[in-house]
Design a protein around this ligand. Structure first.
Ligand SMILES: [Zn+2]
Length: 67
């Protein structure tokens, strides 16, 4: 799965407990991946369905610095 295919990334509204894939209905949670943002030390978090392999973004960002 190649990162950067923005048109194939779905969205999930970040509320409640997030464990169900809106595409296929898989209910055992997601894999997690990170896409580093340009020119800073943050990355966006993507959730990947282990069943249908669709990717989802929730607008979550993490700080990659270790200081
Ligand atoms: Zn799925």
């Amino acid at each position: 799965m190649e990162m950067g295919a923005e048109n194939k990334v779905g969205t999930i509204k970040p509320e409640g407990e997030i464990y169900t894939c809106p595409t296929c209905g898989y209910t055992d949670g997601f894999h997690v991946s990170f896409s580093a943002l340009k020119n800073n030390r943050k990355a966006e978090v993507f959730l990947i369905c282990p069943n249908c392999h669709n990717r989802f973004r929730l607008g979550w960002h993490v700080d990659l610095s270790n200081t």
